[in-house]
Design a protein around this ligand. Sequence first.
Ligand code: NAD
Length: 366
Amino acid sequence: MNVDPEGLVKFLKRDIAYAESHKRTGGPSYVLVLGCSTGYGLASRIVSAFSYGAATVGVSFERKPSEGKQGTPGFYNNEAFEAEAKKRNISAVTFEGDAFSLAVKNTVIAEAKRAGKKFDLVIYSLATAVRTDERTGESYRSVLKPLHAPYSAKSLDFITGEVKPVTIEPATEEEARATVKVMGGEDWMDWMKSLAEAGVLAEGVTTLAYSYIGPAVTYPIYREGTIGKAKEHLENSAATITNALSNIHGRAYVSVNKALVTRASAVIPVVPLYISILFKVMKQRGTHEGCIEQMERLFSERLYTGGPVPVDEDGRIRIDDREMQSDVQEEVSRLMEHATTENIASIADLEGYRRDFLALHGFESL
Ligand code: NAD
């Protein structure tokens, strides 16, 4: 898909304006965002810099424009983020590269040392399908599949508006293992170990990774599927990291965020149907949020309240609370059951879904 760089700048400025209308003190001062260019990582970086005035270092894997070929959206987002930060004298340094690699870890460490600063917040927000483990030279590819049995459900083609059944065959054991390698917590643990050993983590550092739970209807493909296994590993890694950081009183958390239209979620079967109905229901109730509102609330109402961080019984931060309200879930599941190609435009926020998807590329409409 093409990209409208000017549109991306416009949307970024809108998010910055939102963050600046929620300026706060008592937050982080030097923040590392891994996966900083789009989605939840970008929104976390915007809140860090423009609500709390933090200096940020960002890492992402985006393509620069070259020989008549446009760059990827995140490239333009990074450029605009740096320009807006500079205008306000807020330090922002971005590295393009493979966050899984040792070279990128060393580059970030060298940057912190050059700046003479220690990270007090590290956000791990990578979403990708591929990882090469340099220690073994092996490459892994993640898949979005159920485990053990095929999964059949209704799915929405949000471009054509067609609602049709899909069946997805279960993953092989190899695919399930590969998905945990790519989207689990191993690399998050590697990052925190490298940063700690290099002495670039501040006393009391917080580190965060993002997860998703969602409704029972998506469990076979999400929470109980290959990606769910990876998220379970990520969530368990938080405890391991907190233990490893005990000498500097560091804490690792997984925050469970709301389902949103991002590059990652658009490709998960069934999820566009669920999200477009969820948006309709939440907008009717006035509780809908986008990435920036979610991250602003995560920082101001969970992480930096001045008191302990509220967590669920499994130690996770829940900022998906409004999505998971029982009345919202009941209404969404009732509508999903009755969704057809004929009624989808009236029972779901198809327009809102499309608008958010186009906005990822900088477009308002086609
Ligand atoms: P996204 O695709 O918008 O962003 C992914 C980021 O990772 C981008 O900045 C990209 O450049 C970067 N990246 C990918 N591979 C990389 C690599 N090898 N090296 C460096 N950077 C790399 O994704 P998102 O939806 O914001 O997801 C971020 C996290 O939030 C994921 O853990 C996801 O599971 C979680 N989450 C997403 C949703 C949702 O609905 N989208 C909901 C809850 C939680």
